[in-house]
Design a protein around this ligand. Structure first.
Ligand code: PEP
Length: 247
């Protein structure tokens, strides 16, 4: 089945008001590449202003709490993201899994809350270098995915991002064979959990040091339906070539 490509940026803890011109420029380039879905996941302080700086362009959060509200210092709710103009959120990024001790079950709850609240979700999975070198990457990441999936997700609003931890922000990119093997295994795991028809609609993104030079090779791999991009999403000069490579 032909799935639309999705290229999403993750600004992490980067960006001030002065950087919003980049969001506007990226949104204008996205407008010219309508065959590709494009989004930027912003720090909470910029969500509202980024949505205002790029009308019609998808802005998202970088995590979301499963509860509607309450005593959860430092967290953000589904309604807060929507109220700020957000349309999506990342869940399960390895930096959040590690820094906040989030379990697969926590991530499934976050994804479920976001989907039932109407957001699109990018759910991240990926292995450490130790796991990769021990030859257990496929087994570890497929079981991580199965344990992190919410029940009965809307496949049109769920994307999976395979992000090998050793490739994030390091300049090391997984090779096309490694990516192809993992994405095909993830498609299989989705099929076992959700049924083949549903699994076929879920986009599987690759993330880890994607840039304008390597994007085309990565996008040519079977079952790669786009990318989740960190460092190279911070400027239009670096992000737009990735969007163009997907279109
Ligand atoms: C990320 O943090 O999701 C990521 C893929 O980062 P980078 O592109 O900088 O490796």
């Amino acid at each position: 089945m032909a799935r639309r490509m999705l290229v999403a940026g993750n600004w992490k803890m980067h960006g001030l008001g002065a950087d919003l011109g980049e969001v506007t420029m990226i949104s204008m380039a996205a407008e010219k590449n309508r065959r590709v879905d494009t989004a930027l996941c912003m720090p909470a302080t910029l969500l509202h202003r980024a949505a205002a700086a790029a009308p019609g362009f998808d802005i998202g959060g970088q995590d979301v709490h499963p509860e509607k509200g309450g005593a959860h210092t430092g967290e953000i709710s589904v309604d807060m993201i929507k109220d700020a103009g957000g349309a999506l959120t990342i869940v399960g990024h390895s930096e959040r899994r590690e820094a906040c001790g989030q379990s697969d079950g926590d991530i499934a709850a976050r994804a479920a809350a976001a989907l039932s609240g109407g957001l699109h979700v990018i759910l991240c999975v990926g292995e450490s270098l130790d796991v990769r070198e021990a030859g257990n990457a496929v087994e570890r990441v497929t079981s991580q995915l199965k344990a992190s999936l919410p029940a009965d997700p809307d496949p049109n609003r769920l994307a999976i991002a395979y992000e090998p931890i050793w490739a994030i922000g390091t300049g090391k990119v997984a090779g096309p064979e490694e990516i192809g093997e993992m994405h095909s295994a993830l498609r299989g795991a989705l099929s076992e959990s959700l049924g083949a028809e549903c699994a076929d609609k879920v986009r599987i993104l690759y993330g880890g040091s994607v840039n304008g030079d390597n994007a085309e090779t990565i996008f040519a791999v079977d079952n790669v339906d786009g990318a989740l991009v960190g460092g190279a999403s911070l400027s239009a000069a670096k992000f737009v070539p990735i969007i163009e490579a997907a279109s």
